[in-house]
Design a protein around this ligand. Structure first.
Ligand code: TXA
Ligand code: MG
Length: 341
């Protein structure tokens, strides 16, 4: 079934329209500071189910609930643990999702049967204004079709979601470009489930203790290992291209491309490098600058898709600090193929 989709500016009229749709149990796409999301009232199971249908998302992958103030937490969480309070004080509003014990009012459809819920308070003004206008805490995954890179502008949302939801609010480009950091404060030790703009070091500084890094962040989930965050087990960010990360210097990268010219490869490289490589290229950000790379990565992966399938070699980002988030997304796009040069 195809729905008529409208894309409009995220101004006062657009936000009023989105608020009315949320109140009617409909879904809407909107910008956040990380990536675009698809929102539905987190307390309305039938509304939340529409998100899964629109995205083609596996039912066992839980959604994050978005709030505008900590006063909205009662009912959504059964406890606001001390560690969560410290993290909220340091990073909310902002690109951090905190996994906490689930409250009774969150629709079962949000949580995939888990007794925990991820809560995030975005800093984006459109989210703040939409919640103020609707009074609704909303569940929202990224606004891509399941398996595609997350969208960072309204056009990319349109390309995936046109005909699948009634409204897309256009709020321009997302500032961060990769999804929020996900940290769990349920269980003995705080644990990083997904790296993002808020880094491991940021979390440890705010908590004053070590944060465990869950498996599957920097490598493939081991055979038989259970993902602690369901999202980690899916082949995410999968472009049509056959991507391989090459870990080494620029000169080694260039030599490797020359040695594999028969494959007619394209490349994903750092800013300023493309012209020197002699093959079709897309530059995804400045070398060593995780923030810049994060901002452009998903648009670049989509641009690769638009060129069809081909062999692509990618320059490898660092694995620490802000680059951890970029590396985490890129190795998934590369189906974990990394060659050390
Ligand atoms: O930046 C973001 O977080 C964006 C914007 C729209 O807010 N949202 C987003 O949602 O990225 P989504 O659904 O694409 O990713 C949510 C991730 C998934 O990997 C999911 O498995 C994990 O968070 N997650 C959600 N609830 C969880 C829970 N209770 N326990 C463990 N992992 C959870
Ligand atoms: Mg997603």
């Amino acid at each position: 079934m195809s729905i008529e989709t409208i894309c409009c500016a995220a101004d006062e009229a657009g936000i009023a329209r989105a608020a009315a749709l949320l109140q009617q149990g409909e879904i809407v796409a909107l910008p956040t500071e990380t990536v675009y999301g698809i929102a539905a009232d987190a307390r309305n199971g039938a509304a939340v189910a529409k998100i899964f249908e629109a995205k083609g998302r596996p039912q066992d992958n839980p959604l994050i609930v978005h709030i505008a103030s900590v006063e909205m937490l009662p009912g959504l969480v059964s406890e606001f643990p001390e560690r969560a309070r410290l993290l909220a004080a340091a990073f909310w509003p902002g690109p951090l999702t905190i996994i906490m014990p689930r409250g009774p009012e969150v629709a079962a459809e949000c949580c995939a049967g888990l007794d925990t819920v991820g809560i995030r308070m975005p800093s984006h003004p459109v989210v703040q204004r939409l919640i103020a206008a609707s009074g609704i805490a909303f569940a929202a995954p990224s606004a891509n079709l399941s398996g595609k890179p997350s969208p960072t502008n309204a056009q990319d949302v349109w390309n995936d979601m046109q005909g699948r939801l009634p409204l897309i609010l256009d709020g321009g480009e997302c500032q961060v470009g990769v999804e929020s950091t996900v940290v769990s404060v349920v269980g003995e030790k705080p644990t990083l489930f997904r790296p993002g703009h808020i880094t491991l070091e940021d979390l440890e500084r705010a908590l004053g203790e070590e944060v465990e890094v869950s498996g599957a962040i920097l490598e493939r989930l081991a055979e038989g290992e259970v993902a602690r965050s369901p999202g980690m087990k899916y082949k995410h960010y999968a472009p049509k291209a056959d991507i391989t990360l090459l870990n080494g210097s620029f000169d080694q990268f260039k030599a490797y491309l020359e040695a594999h010219a028969a494959e007619h490869p394209a490349c994903l490289c750092f800013t300023g490098e493309g012209e020197k490589l002699g093959v079709p290229y897309i530059e995804y950000g400045r070398e060593g600058d995780g923030e810049d790379q994060a901002k452009h990565l998903f648009r670049c992966l989509r641009a690769l898709d638009e060129q069809g399938d081909r062999v692509v070699y990618a320059r490898c980002p660092q694995k620490d600090g802000l680059s951890m988030a970029v590396y985490n997304r890129l190795i998934r796009a590369a189906a974990f193929r990394v060659i050390d040069l």
